[in-house]
Structure formats: C-alpha cells, structure tokens
Design a protein around this ligand. Structure first.
Ligand code: 0A1
Ligand code: ZN
Length: 898
C-alpha cells in the first residue's frame, strides 16, 4: 500500500512532458503469480526541450529486472530508482529504452494495473494503473502507437486480447501460445488493456455509415453467455446513434466488450477493448430488473461514446477529467432519452424524455448537491488533488454533464453539433483542456450571437458550490406587464469556507427557462427576442437582471427552471395553491413534477419539525388531494406517474434539514408514505390491478417498464398503508413473478414493510433459488442492507454468510455501502458510525480506491444534529488514527476533519 506523505498536485503546475513516445512495444509473459513485462519505448526529445533533462518514468509495485538504452544495459549507478520514479539520463535526442520488470497479479487486490478475477487476467489503467504494469510516462498527454505480444499457458488462458487488431497468433512449445495485437490509433497509456482467460463470445457484424464492416463482440464467462444479448444489441444501437445524432463513426474493425466479476467502477473505455463490471453487461428477464437493463444500455453507450470523446480527443492532464466525462455523460443521457422516446408519438416521447430528465436530476440532487455543499466540494475542473482516484466524482461526471447540457441549451441542437464538429476539427488525435472545448463551442456561439461570448460561462469550470437563483415577480395590472427579476448567489464551498476573507464568487452564465401560467393553468404566450413562445430562455449573466413581458392579462404563476435548464437551486415564495396549480397543469412535464415534489417537501419538512418537537405528525389533507389527483390523472404515462407519486428521496430531504437530522427524516418520510398509502388505499389498489392486468412477454421498453414501476410503487404504498390485501398481493407477486422486476417488487414490499415470518421465508427462498448468480445474490444483500429494520448486528451477521466477501467490490458495495449510505435508520447511530469506521479501515488494506469511496459516506457530518455530528467525528478520528492509511483514504479523512 502506498502511504507516503501526501503531496498536493496543482492544476497550474502543469508542465508538458519533454519527450515524445510515438511507438511502444510490449511483451507479456502472463502468469497469475508473476508476469514478466518487457517494454521497448521509442523516445524522441521534443525540439524545445532542454538536452540535459532526465527521462522520468512512473512505476509502482514493480520489480525491476533490467533496463537498457539503445541496447546498452544500464548498471545500477546509471539510473536512479526511488519511490515511484525511475530516472534515466539519455545522451541522444532519439533513443530506445528497454525495461524488463515483474508484477504480481494474484497479489493485486487493488484491481488497478494487472489483476486476477476468477480464473482470468484483466487490466485497469485509468487513472494511474499503467505504472503498475511497467515503468512508463503514466500521464494522458503522452500518446503512442502500441504493439503488444501476449504469451500464456493455452489451457488456462485460451483467449488473449488487447487493443486494436489481432496481427497473428500461434502456438508455442510447452503448452503456451502467443497473440500479437496492434492498435493503429495513438493513445495514452490509461487506455491500454489486456484480457486473458476462457470466455464465451457473442458477436455481430455491422456496417458503419460509410460502408465499412465492423465486428462487435461481447465476452463473458461461458455460463453467462445467454445473458449478453441485451448488451450486444445496446452496443449496436450506440454505434448507430452516434452516427445519426453526431455524425461520429466507429474507427475500428473490431470493438470488444469483456465482462469482469471484479471491477472497481462501472466500466472502462480502453480503445477497442472495453472492460466492464459484469453488472453492466449481464441481463435476462429472470435475473435482471428493468433498471439494470436501462443501466446496461447507458453504460455500454457511455463507454462506446468515449471512443470519440475521450479517446480520439483525450485529456491533457487529469484536472481536465470532466472534458471527457461530463461530455460523455451528457451523450449517454441523450442516448438513453432517445432510446426511451424511440417510436413513441410526439406527446408520449416528450413524457419519456422528461422521465429520463427527472431521473438524472434526482441523481444529481442525491449525489452531487451534497458533495458541492461538503468538505470535498470542487469545481468540475478541480484545482488540486492528492489522489486522482478520489476525483471520479458526481461533480466531475454529473455536474460536468449539466455544464455541457447548458452549452447545448445555449447553442441549440444544430449549434451544439457544429461546435462538436469544430472541436474534432481542431483537436482530433490530441490531448487537450476544458478551455479548448469551450473555445470550440464559443466559436459557434459567437457566430450565432454577434457580440456575445462564453467569458462568463467559463466560470462554471472554476467555481464550486450550487448557485442559488432568487426569483422575484412583479405584475402591473394596468400595463398588463409581468417583470421577472433573477438574482444569483453562490456560497463559499469546500476549502473556500476556510478562506479569510472569503473568495469573491463572480456571477455565472445561467440559462434559465421560464414559462407563465394563467390562473386556470393555461400556458401564456411570451414575447421574447422578437418571437412568441410558451417557454423563453433568459440569459442570466450578472448578479441580478430583469425581464418584462407585456400582454399578460392577469397575475400569472411562474413556471421556473423548466426542464432543469441549469444546475442551480431556485428560490421563489410560491403559495401552496400555486404549486398545486403547477403540479396539476404545468405544460412542462419536468416543472410539473418539480411542483409536486416541492409540495411533498413542504409536507415532509413540517413532519420533521413535528417529530423533532415531539408533537403528533399531521398531514395536510390538501396535500393528500394533490397525490389523489395525480393518481387519477389518466393522461399521464405510467412511468411519469410513478415518478410524480414517489416522495422526495431521504437524502434530498436530509439536505433540506438544518441541522441535518437523519432519524427524523427517515421517520417523517415513512409516516407520510403510510398516510398516503392508507388514505388513498382504494386508488392504489385500482392502479395495482390495472398495471398487473396486462400479461405480456417481457421486454424492458419504456411502456412495460413504466407499468411495472407504477405497479411496484402502488404495492409499496399499499404495504405502507397496511392495506389488508397488501401482504397477500406482495407474496403472490413474489412467488408468481415471471421477471426479476416483479419478483424484487414483491420481495422488497415484504421485507421493507413487514418483519414477518413470511418475509423471512421469502428471503430464504430467494437465496436458495439464486445462489449461483452473483449479481442476484448482490440484490439479496442489498435488500437486507437497506431494510429499515436492519441493525448493525444484522449486518455483521450477514458478513459471516459464506457468500460474503470484502474482496469483491460489487459484494462489498451490496452490503456495506448500501447499509452505510442508504439505511438512515440503521446506519445513523453511534454503533453504525463505528461499524463504518471499521469497514473503511478493513477495506483500505484490500482496495484503497473502494475504501476511499466508503470513507465519504458521512461527508457532511459537521451539519448534523449534535449527537450524530459528535459520533461521526469520533469515527473519523478512529480512521485517522490508523496507520498505515492509503493516500486515497487519508485525503478524504483529512479534508473531512479540516
Ligand atoms: N473512465 C471510466 C471510469 C473509470 C475510472 C477508473 C476506473 O478504475 C479505477 C475504472 C473506470 C468511465 O467513465 O466509464
Ligand atoms: Zn466515462
């Protein structure tokens, strides 16, 4: 484990690498215990670099066997090896370095570099894993062509894969074989990959837009081959979509996806050889839920889209991570939305896209808003880091995608596409910065809007924190004029909070979509920039600005931040009656959903206050009526209705309490769900029966999945409201289900809402049935980890289950992470916090990347009610007192305790 003194790396300290490395030749003698790697690196000093600069290479957990320059072996006194760097002193401007080293895949539990999963070998090189394979300039701005020779025992590792094209393969003596791969595209080393093992393949040949043939392949464990159909179809759809929507074509003859059981993240976009967490590849109706099918499509799309946004144009340094991640998340969100809306009539397509937007905004609010309000807050382009692995964050990914989406909103679809084309024209084949991206977009924007630029917009890249936009509306009856004033403000975030005097935070460029509704809920037409529209886009670029609209016959109700046009918090003093009007009538489906959520939020906050004051919680009948109206609204699609009738997530509610009170939040939400379940029992039952009444062959499309989501939501409300028929419905649904979505719906209703022998029996039955399928066993652990009645003792007992292990990230996440992060009732106790500290320390010995993620469970501890705050501080100190701690965990804990 690396536990060196933390060094902070700053964005502004960037120095170009003084050498080019156009060609890399690698030879692997693969073996789980010790793999020998021989590298031939063809260096050229850059013309503007000083001649006496040493050649600095990165290496970690490697054993150096030999090093030579231009065929001359170096003696130990001819190079410097210290910590993670190897310094060589070449004498000429062009030279070949040959390095032979050993690494130990079987001992590598960090899953970075070359590691073992099951009986196979995999690599993970982003961000800094390549240095665990060989000494190398492990930085994204060094781009090379790779030729890779793999040798291994043929019976153990029958398949040998790497990036690019297979040049040749042959048998060697003593049962070994060899494969030679060449990748024609220059790439940084973080995109290198190899896979060795026994796999089954599902493949399809496609013809790309320009008429080239390409082979798409999905590799899995042989026993999972019948679960790779959806992934392969998703890949084919992704290829097609990128051609149609952005004109981007596959640049390879062969594109491979391989599923790995042990993987730190979701998946990895290695050039032509994507390696995936098996959770984002394997699915069939019996074992995967609708949500998993959708997630697979999204991640397959995401990694494929990186082929252009990330691989063809890559990052100059890791501070630019959002250059590829924000852009690629935006692209995968649009891909998913287009797939959901495909083949639907106009109105339904609009609703389907709104559902996707609602889900994405919910993710942003659950994961990114809290991050932006806590000690790890950072701009989407961070200014400094100790461990780059800690910056694969919701801010870089999800807020980064929102920043791209705003550029799309400002430029329009055609303008955005033109901007992207300009970006590739300027930068294809190079490693660039976020500024370069914005400059390409700006070139189109300035053409569209003479005199305007992205000078203010650029600040999104350097400012942390969620801005607040305060809205004021004035109405002049005599003039028929409505004036909207927007004022923005952003509190200090993260380390800014420690600065005295506080840093100035200049205003941002915020595209703010607005509509006005009449008192009957009708859309009012607005005159703006010479056109009449229902929705106008206000360009807020100063601290405060006003816009007036004439011809408004009555005092309107504003519909604000339509479609969530910017990642901000809106403040406007709506009356409950106005929110009710919007929740029932807003023509913007996102804003309509938002109004219902805001009403629910008010109700929940009132319940939290009552619980804290020891008063009986009382629910406003007016609010129940709003839910009733949504339940009875036949014009809504089931998928949309399911979102509209779901209460705001506990974590979103928690963010709105001050100080944060997790126990009161959990109780308030459970209380409201119970009341809504009980008071609207007959409607929930009707909806349940309507949804359940349509037996069809399973398909994870938007319509079917929406219906199942609504059915399962109705079931959970019936259980929460203790409807007399509910337990039987849940049991029957569980035992008779024909797909995993229905089965999990039944089982979670039983486990979350009743602590009965029937629930325990069903859980036992589930494990019996599915124990051979690791991804389903993960569901089994998660369900128990998140059930409100699950205590720390229960989790400890589950950790003793033979199927549990901390070494497999998916399994560790399914139980430990799910409990600590998604079980407010069970985890937010003094024992819960101590348990968490123990697990962070235990995981850190195995896998620092994963441990550092768990270490962030209670980031916002300083804002909690005193009892919780003090107990978390103690737990943080417990972690801090451990030695050694990885650089990953230590960065998180130090920042949390500052
Ligand atoms: N580039 C990948 C994310 C990723 C990052 C690090 C990994 O290993 C520690 C793995 C994957 C993506 O955005 O999908
Ligand atoms: Zn990505």
């Amino acid at each position: 484990m690396r536990s060196d003194i933390p060094t902070t790396i700053s964005r502004l300290d960037y120095q170009p690498y003084p050498y080019l490395l156009p060609n890399v030749e690698l030879e692997f003698d693969l073996d789980a215990a010790a793999t020998k790697v021989s590298a031939r690196l063809h260096f050229q000093r850059k013309p503007d670099a000083a001649a006496d600069l040493p050649l600095v290479l990165d290496g970690s957990e490697l054993e150096l066997v030999s090093v030579a320059i231009d065929g001359q072996a170096l003696r130990a006194d001819q190079y410097e090896l210290s910590g993670e760097t190897l310094r060589l002193f070449p004498r000429s401007a062009a030279f070949v370095v040959e390095i032979t080293s050993l690494c130990k895949p079987a001992e590598n539990s960090s899953l970075m570099g070359l590691y073992v999963s099951g009986a196979s070998l995999f690599t993970q090189c982003e961000a800094e894993g390549f240095r665990r394979i060989t000494w190398f300039p492990d930085r994204p701005d060094v781009m090379s062509r790779y030729r890779v020779t793999l040798r291994a025992d043929k019976s153990r590792y029958p398949l040998l894969l790497s990036n690019g094209n297979l040049l040749q393969s042959r048998d060697l003596d003593d049962g070994r074989h060899e494969a030679v791969w060449e990748d024609p595209h220059p790439k940084p080393c973080y995109l290198f990959a190899l896979v060795a093992g026994g796999f089954a393949c599902r493949e399809q040949t496609i013809r790309t837009r320009s008429g080239r043939e390409a082979l798409l392949q999905v590799y899995s464990d042989p026993e999972s081959r019948d679960k790779t159909e959806w992934a392969l179809e998703s890949l084919a759809r992704a290829v097609r979509w990128d051609e149609q929507r952005f004109g981007l074509e596959l640049d390879l003859d062969r594109f491979m996806v391989v599923a790995a059981r042990d993987f730190n993240m979701g998946a990895m976009e290695n050039k032509g050889l994507n390696i995936f967490n098996s959770a984002y590849v394997l699915a069939d109706a019996e074992s995967a839920t609708d949500a998993s099918f959708r997630a697979i499509e999204a991640v397959i799309g995401h990694e494929y889209f990186h082929n252009w946004t990330g691989n063809r144009v890559t990052c100059r340094d890791w501070f630019q991570l959002s250059l590829k991640e924000g852009l690629t998340v935006f692209r995968d969100q649009e891909f998913s939305a287009d797939m959901l809306a495909a083949d639907l009539p106009e109105a339904e397509a609009r609703s389907a896209r709104a559902v996707k937007r609602i889900d994405d905004v919910t993710t942003l609010r659950i994961a990114q808003f809290p991050e932006d309000a806590g000690p790890m807050a950072h701009p989407i382009r961070p200014e400094s880091y100790q461990e780059i692995g800690n910056f694969y964050t919701a801010t870089v990914y999800e807020k980064g995608a929102e920043v791209i989406r705003m550029q799309h909103t400002l430029l329009g679809e055609a303008g955005f596409r033109a901007g992207l084309e300009e970006y590739f024209r300027r930068h294809d084949g190079s490693a660039v910065t976020c500024d370069d991206f914005v400059a390409a977009m700006e070139s189109v924007y300035a053409r569209q809007h003479p005199g305007k630029n992205f000078e203010v917009f650029r600040r999104w890249y350097s400012q942390a924190g969620t801005p607040r936009v305060q809205v004021k509306m004035d109405y002049d009856q005599a003039l028929g004029r409505c004036t909207i004033t927007l004022s923005q403000h952003c509190e200090p975030a993260g380390i800014e909070k420690l600065q005295v005097p506080p840093a100035a935070k200049p205003p941002l460029h915020i595209p703010f979509a607005l509509g006005l509704l009449g008192r009957e809920g009708q859309a009012l037409s607005l005159q703006h920039e010479g056109q009449a529209r229902d929705t106008v886009l206000l360009d807020l670029t100063a601290a405060s600005q006003s816009w007036s609209f004439d011809g408004i016959p009555e005092r309107p109700v504003p519909s604000l931040l339509r479609n969530f046009s910017a990642p901000v918090i809106v403040e406007y003093p709506y009356s409950d009656a106005e929110l009710t009007l919007l929740a029932g009538h807003d023509t913007d489906p996102f804003a309509r959903w938002e109004a219902g959520q805001e009403l629910a939020m008010r109700q929940l906050l009132a319940l939290v206050a009552a619980i804290q004051a020891g008063q009986p919680p009382r629910v406003d009948p007016g609010f129940v009526q709003v839910w009733h109206a949504l339940l009875d609204d036949k014009t809504l699609s089931p998928a949309y209705q399911a979102r509209a009738l779901t209460l705001p997530a506990e974590k979103i509610l928690l963010e709105r309490t001050s100080p944060m009170d997790p126990q009161a939040v959990a109780h308030a939400r459970a209380e409201l769900r119970g009341v809504l379940g009980a008071e609207l029992g007959s409607s929930w039952l009707r909806i349940y029966q309507e949804c359940a009444d349509e037996p069809q062959e399973y398909h994870p499309d938007a319509l079917q999945a929406g219906r199942r989501a609504l059915q399962n939501l109705a079931l959970s409300y019936l259980m929460a409201g203790a409807h007399p028929q509910a337990p039987k419905l849940a049991l029957d649904q569980y035992y008779e289900a024909a797909n995993m979505t229905d089965r999990m719906g039944g089982l979670s209703a039983l486990v979350n809402f009743s602590d009965t022998p029937a629930a325990t029996q069903a859980l036992g039955h589930f494990y019996e049935q599915w124990q051979q399928d690791p991804l389903v066993v993960d569901r089994w652990f998660t369900l128990q980890a998140t059930a409100p009645t699950t205590s720390v003792e229960a989790v400890r007992a589950l950790m003793l289950h033979p199927a549990f292990t901390l070494r497999n990230p998916n399994r560790a996440r399914s139980l430990i992470f799910q409990f600590c992060m998604n079980n407010l009732q069970g985890a937010h106790t003094p024992e819960g916090y101590q348990f968490w500290a123990e697990q962070v320390v235990a995981l850190d010995r195995i896998n620092p990347e994963i441990a550092a993620r768990l270490a962030r469970a209670f980031d916002n501890w300083a804002r909690y009610v005193p009892a919780n705050r003090d107990a978390i501080r103690q737990a943080l100190e417990t972690i801090q007192s451990h030695s050694p701690l990885s650089r990953n965990v230590s960065e998180i804990i130090t920042k949390a305790l500052k």
